[in-house]
Design a protein. Structure first.
Length: 483
């Protein structure tokens, strides 16, 4: 099993044999005679081939679900994702690495332009459709259009393009390293977001500015601009890909403006005043989730975006449907630090997933969800977490990390007896299913795949093994609850 894990790496770096072996098996030193003897030989002979010495375990030994490790990156991995069809895993540091998930081979090893600042985000565009026009702006963006049944993976990877950005630079780069688009900003960018991958449309907004731009990446052309009539700077720009694209502009004073992007033009559709206490704002499919600081006695508010995307009129504050949610007991402590949506949240459309997110606080994570048709509730899992993740196909499983330890929790709703009002009380339980002290280095990212979440990509702060892939056994997911 050990050789299966790093066999591909040895094909490229055969002199690293001793390092790859001892980094995985050092915890067995002194416990297994044959392995102990092998590692002694590695210590004696490896300096002739490789200067790296392993002082402590870098990664867990095989046999615990680890199926792949990759050490192509030399700086921290800041972004990690699967393509929609799970054909490839894409990671970003000062380069982009694309791993063919069928073979485990490195399909793309792309060095990015050298900057004096780190890259922050990457968006993979598998194909830009040159036949679509700006007038066709209904939401027909299918994201990754590759068919997972086609075995010609390597040919597909050649057509990949990557929109990457640092604070002051935005690039569109082909898999061959050709720069197709480049923009710079002295102020720095607060928002870089692709709103239509097939057409290659991207939203850019600078920090402390009062304008928003839409660019055509394929044509390297400015399509449209929102020039606000206020001197208040833009705090955040969001996109809701509904029937038509809805652009949400949040100002620093809590004002939220809504624009429809249609026929290459931004059309104003409404404004609300959320107030100076507005904190976190995020799009959850057809809803806008808003949280507030500790002075506001509600947990969150959600705003209906569907009507805004369909109307031909400019809606006033009172015309926009807003729902305020205050739990008893409330989510605490406030303010909520972060809102985390399930991965691939836009791929599922059913009643139970109309509202589903994780609210992260200093002392716990709270899974907000719809227990039954209109009953919004949450389950609280105490603890301090650096990383939290879940997948839309397995929302009852929560993956967390603190330092180099990964925990997996399972939660569910339990219907009790009818109360005096004739309605059914609902209770929540959670259970720690798995805890792995996976590395001496801090976990940066956990990315569950869409295949029921059994494959998990994990990136680390260290450079020796920045990315590994784990497979959780199916029996784990089907295990019974321990009440």
């Amino acid at each position: 099993m050990t050789y299966l894990l790093f066999g591909l790496l040895l094909n490229e770096y055969p002199d690293n044999y001793a390092f790859e072996l001892t980094a995985r098996l050092i915890t067995l030193y002194g416990l297994k005679p044959n392995i102990t003897n092998l590692m002694k030989q590695c210590d004696e002979q490896s300096p002739r081939h490789c200067a790296l010495i392993v002082p402590y375990s870098q990664i867990q030994p095989p046999g615990n679900g680890l199926i792949y490790s990759m050490n192509k990156h030399t700086t921290p991995v800041v972004d990690l994702d699967f393509t929609n069809n799970q054909m490839a895993a894409i990671s970003l540091s000062n380069k982009i690495i694309v791993i063919n998930m069928r073979t485990g081979n490195t399909a793309i090893d792309l060095k990015l332009p050298t900057l004096n600042e780190p890259y922050l985000n990457s968006t993979t565009i598998t194909k830009i459709d040159t036949d679509q026009t700006q007038q066709d702006m209904t939401n027909n963006d299918s994201g990754d259009s590759d068919s997972s049944n086609d075995s010609n993976d390597e040919e597909k990877f050649k057509h990949y393009m990557f929109l990457v950005n640092s604070l002051h630079n935005v690039y569109l780069i082909s898999s061959q390293g050709d720069i197709k688009f480049h923009r710079t900003s002295e102020k720095g960018y607060s928002t870089v977001e692709v709103i239509n991958r097939r057409m290659g449309l991207c939203i850019l907004a600078e920090q402390n500015s009062n304008s928003v731009e839409c660019w055509n990446l394929r044509q390297n052309k400015l399509v449209s601009t929102i020039d606000l009539s206020t001197n208040l700077p833009v705090k955040q720009v969001l996109c809701a890909p509904l029937k038509t694209y809805l652009i949400i502009v949040v100002l620093v004073n809590g004002t939220i403006l809504f624009y429809m992007f249609k026929e290459s033009t931004f059309i104003h559709r409404g404004t609300i005043d959320a107030g100076k206490h507005l904190d976190v704002v995020i799009v959850d499919k057809d809803k806008l989730i808003c949280t507030f600081d500790s002075t506001i006695p509600i947990d969150f508010a959600h705003i209906d975006l569907q009507r805004l995307s369909e109307t031909q009129q400019i809606l006033s504050d009172k015309d926009i449907i807003k729902t305020l949610v205050a739990f008893n007991p409330p989510i605490s402590p406030k303010p909520i630090q972060k809102i985390i949506l399930p991965d691939d949240n836009d791929q599922i459309d059913n009643e139970s997933m109309k509202l589903s997110f994780i609210a992260l606080t200093k002392e716990s994570l709270c899974v907000v969800h719809v227990c039954r048709k209109d009953h919004i509730s949450y389950v609280r899992i105490p603890g301090q977490y650096d990383v939290v993740s879940t997948h839309v196909k397995r929302v009852h499983f929560i993956y967390t990390a603190r330092g180099g330890t990964i925990n997996m929790f399972k939660w569910k709703c339990i219907e009790g007896e009818d109360n005096e009002l004739g309605t059914c009380d609902i209770h929540h339980i959670y259970q720690l299913f798995l805890s792995i002290d996976i590395s001496s280095s801090a976990v940066l990212t956990i990315k569950p795949s869409s295949d029921s979440g059994k494959n998990i990509l994990i990136s680390f702060e260290i450079y020796l093994f920045p990315i590994i892939c784990y497979r959780w056994f199916i029996s784990l997911f089907d295990a019974k609850w321990n009440y």
